[in-house]
Design a protein around this ligand. Structure first.
Ligand code: NDP
Length: 331
């Protein structure tokens, strides 16, 4: 175990909260029961907010080690559930908000946060999935549990399609036999989205302005990571008895709509949270990913970056310029 190691620390300075690559030691880590040697983390929209944007609203206590995900190997454990050598991952649980996170070569975490690394994935692949991909799986599972995923396949919409949640959602839904329409603002991502299994693409501008409260019924169900008027239009276009799994706010946190899709068409709005999701939901999401996500598609949507690049990449993800997933090599 090296004396000093690298971590991205968000610290209070005269200029406000500032993120920087620093050296820390094992003694600096919080006193939690399981010490993990982190191999990879990932970059999500929330990491962008924590490092590059609205820091105070994500990293609520400072100093904070960023990174809402980690994958690696248990080094020491005071819990009987875990032993040295176990391969594990963590998503959420307030990491980078009120608990130190995965942008660090070592981290201490609570035993109840850990998921055993599925046999199907290496640590790098697990972080190619990361919170974004695991949330996409939570959304698919929520739609399935609600009975909104058509058995023989139907028309399903994914918004924020070229982003992390959207990319994995398309791959999972296509693997399930759904005809996926990918809503995107990037014309140059159409080939990429079709490669993931999208049947058609839709310009996101068609969904972003105020529309009628009830529109033509186009979708059996949908996964939305954009929010705001986009989500309102998606609800207005969802077929009778359908459902929309909503997990994101890339287009804004407001919901400027009416109750009409809900009370006249029985459309359900299923809220999806990844951070505090109970363990059975997490395990079911990872089981779906292990079963349905083809490794070659995962490779197509992923690039690996060193920690030294992540503060710059945080700005890129907030600007909507990151396609697919970014894995963070913390070594
Ligand atoms: P990404 O930045 O990778 O993807 C977001 C995508 O949304 C972009 O790629 C873009 O897609 C689209 N988008 C961006 N800005 C706008 C805009 N102004 N209007 C319309 N579309 C826009 O982020 P993630 O996939 O990591 O996360 C997506 C969202 O889901 C975020 O809001 C994130 O906070 C949320 N999230 C929530 C979780 C939860 O627990 N509830 C967990 C994980 C994520 P395109 O280029 O194709 O148009």
């Amino acid at each position: 175990m090296s004396e000093n190691f690298k971590a991205i620390l968000i610290e209070d300075t005269d200029a406000g909260a500032v993120a920087a690559l620093k050296e820390i030691t094992i003694e600096d880590l919080p006193d939690r029961d399981v010490l993990v040697e982190v191999r990879y983390s990932s970059l999500n929209y929330k990491d962008g907010l924590a490092l590059g944007g609205n820091r105070s609203k994500v990293a609520r206590t400072l100093p904070m080690v960023g990174g809402i995900d980690l994958a690696g190997t248990v080094v020491e454990s005071r819990s009987p559930e875990w032993k040295a050598g176990d391969q594990v991952l963590v998503n959420g649980w307030g990491m980078s908000e009120s608990n130190w996170g995965g942008y660090s070569m070592y981290q201490r975490v609570d035993p109840g946060w850990l998921v055993r690394l599925p046999d199907a994935f290496t640590p790098q692949q697990a972080m190619a999935i990361g919170t974004a991909g695991y949330t996409a799986a939570l959304c698919v599972n929520a739609l399935e549990k609600w009975g909104a995923l058509p058995d023989g396949g139907g028309d399903v919409l994914v918004t924020g399609a070229a982003g992390g949640v959207g990319s994995v959602a398309i791959a999972l839904l296509a693997a399930q036999g759904q005809r996926v329409t990918a809503s995107t603002g990037r014309a140059d991502s159409h080939d990429y989205l079709r490669g993931l299994g999208a049947h058609a693409t839709l310009d996101r501008n068609e969904l972003s302005s105020k529309g009628r409260p009830l529109q033509k019924e186009r979708w059996s169900c949908a996964i939305d990571s954009v929010g705001s008027s986009t989500l309102v239009n998606v609800l207005a276009q969802t077929a009778y008895g359908g459902a929309v799994a909503a997990c994101g706010l890339a287009g804004g946190p407001d919901l400027p709509g009416t109750v009409l899709p809900h009370i006249l068409r029985g459309v359900a709005l299923l809220g999806v949270d990844s951070v505090m999701a109970p363990m059975p939901l997490r395990e079911a999401a990872w089981a779906r990913l292990a079963r349905d996500l083809k490794p070659e598609l995962l490779a197509d949507m992923t690039r690996v970056e060193p920690m030294s690049q992540i503060i710059d990449q945080a700005g890129e993800i907030l600007a909507g310029r990151v396609q697919g997933r970014v894995v963070v090599d913390v070594t």
